[in-house]
Design a protein around this ligand. Structure first.
Ligand SMILES: [Fe+2]
Length: 403
């Protein structure tokens, strides 16, 4: 039977709750056409000169012009930086900083996917605290106040709008640096489902799978706590029940809204509980074979769930997620619940057209040992509920290679 949380506990396990510190930093505003509020929200920061950080796709979709017009109607001077690139580099951040300095901005708005929001955060670090992005690699290295930031996601994926980290790549070494500080978190996350309708199908698919992975990974990490569990569970339910709908009916705004909220909740869970072996295994796949992040995590997901289910606590938590999402009834055996969970994940991966195997994705079998070495050194591996060492990653890759 799927054991539900005992009386008086709410993280679904009987283990001692690890110490944590939790402070809501970001005001969440959710709803259709809430973007119309951006002028008043910016004035309330208060802001008079704003840097609007976005990317060329968002400009083409008309969202940047709409937001700029709304801000200008509120009397705010807007400077546009639309050169955000995928996996933003330190060079991209430096260009944004130069534009922000020249415009003497007093607030920043990140409009787009995780890359635009991360570029906005990265720009904020250097603009207010000086130095270079490498100086902020880690947690809490900014000593001075930062400018107020509003994050407006146009994808349902990273949850960057609810996080205090900017993921920026070193332009020379290509090392991805997670630069975090509580001051870097957005003051406001504006979640308007209408803005996510313009995503190309491939973006909806890959970012949606990433959000699903965030919910599943954060649910079981060693750092999880009752607060992260609430976000993981809600995030999983929303993503698991709506990803297929947004892929088959892209104009379904209510489903888009549920995905957007699910991704934001899963992203909030990461702030508390970090990630696990799926993300550790995915990074080398992206670095060496250029595999898009959402695709890389998707291909590793089922293998890692099976491995983690060898932990009694993780198995119980996965089973609870399966019940929450309506995949099994609450009296189902745990093993049945895990199989249904993996079955549902596999179905969503097929809908998202994620390749069946690493072989199909163009990965070279000879590179698996090298990637296993790298994966074991990834920061997130240490938070996986079961030890994830080099030999484990080699096994994960070998299984995922065959599919
Ligand atoms: Fe991710």
């Amino acid at each position: 039977m799927t054991t539900l949380p005992a009386e008086g506990t709410n993280d679904g396990t009987q283990r001692e709750i690890a110490p944590f510190s939790s402070e809501p930093r970001t005001r969440l505003i959710f709803g259709v056409n809430t973007v119309e509020q951006i002028g008043q929200l910016a004035l309330g920061l208060p802001a008079s000169r704003v840097l609007l950080v976005t990317d060329p796709g968002i400009v083409r979709a008309g969202h940047a012009e709409r937001v700029q017009r709304l801000l200008e109607a509120a009397g705010i001077v807007v400077t546009l930086f639309a050169e955000t690139e995928e996996n933003p580099s330190t060079a991209c951040v430096d260009r944004a900083v130069a534009v922000a300095k020249a415009a003497r901005v007093d607030a920043i708005i990140g409009l787009g996917g995780g890359s635009a929001m991360d570029t906005a955060k990265g720009c904020n670090f250097i603009l207010t605290n000086g130095g270079r992005m490498q100086d902020y690699w880690g947690i809490g290295k900014a000593t001075k106040a930062m400018l107020p930031l509003i994050a407006i996601p146009t994808t349902s994926g990273t949850g960057s709008e609810c996080q205090s980290y900017a993921i920026i790549s070193d332009a020379i070494t290509h090392q991805k640096m997670a630069c975090g500080d509580p001051k870097a978190a957005a003051r406001i996350a504006l979640l308007d489902p209408v803005l996510t309708v313009s995503q190309p199908r491939r973006v909806t698919a890959c970012t949606g799978i990433d959000a699903l992975c965030h919910a599943l990974e954060t649910a079981v990490t060693l750092k999880r706590n009752p607060i992260s569990w609430m976000y993981s569970r809600e995030g999983f339910q929303l993503c698991a029940q709506n990803l297929e709908t947004v892929l088959t009916s892209p104009d379904n705004v209510p489903a888009r809204g549920r995905m957007l909220l699910g991704a934001a909740f899963a992203g909030t869970a990461i702030e508390h509980s970090m990630l696990g072996a799926v993300h550790s295994a995915a990074n080398p796949l992206s670095a060496h074979f250029g595999i898009v992040h959402g695709q890389a995590v998707g291909m590793m997901l089922a293998v890692v769930i099976r491995y983690n289910a060898g932990s009694a606590e993780a198995r119980n938590l996965y089973a609870q997620l399966a019940v929450t999402a309506g995949l099994v009834s609450s009296d189902a055996q745990e093993d049945v619940a895990i199989e249904q969970l993996i079955h549902h994940v596999s179905r969503l991966l097929r809908c998202a057209e994620i390749p069946n195997s690493l072989r199909d994705a163009g990965v070279d079998r000879a590179s698996l040992p090298m990637m296993a070495r790298e994966a074991a050194k990834q920061w997130t591996a240490q938070f996986n509920p079961r030890p994830a060492l080099e030999a484990d990653f080699l096994r994960f890759y070998s299984e995922a290679f065959e599919g």
